[in-house]
Design a protein around this ligand. Structure first.
Ligand SMILES: [Zn+2]
Length: 81
């Protein structure tokens, strides 16, 4: 699973509450090549970034706000247990 390094740190879970909802994005549901079988999961902010990096580096997608918007639209909550 792709790891994104050097990203900004987001302290979303500020109150030490329950674990964040994790989402997943299936690359096949994103615009572009449909023969890619990568699936990425993580909390929302990390997932948007990881999926965007994947699209940009792997699929040579332009780094645009629209790309992140597409990623957000494709996110599905992940059952984590
Ligand atoms: Zn892909």
């Amino acid at each position: 699973m792709p790891q994104v390094r050097g990203g900004r740190h987001h302290s979303i879970n500020q109150n030490g509450g329950p674990a964040l909802t994790r989402y997943s994005v299936d690359c096949r549901e994103l615009p572009g090549d449909n023969d890619c079988d990568v699936k990425i999961c993580g909390s929302e902010e990390h997932l948007v970034e990881a999926a965007a990096v994947h699209m940009i580096t792997h699929h040579r997608h332009a780094d645009t706000p629209e790309l992140r918007e597409e990623v957000r639209k494709s996110m599905k909550p992940e059952a984590d247990d």
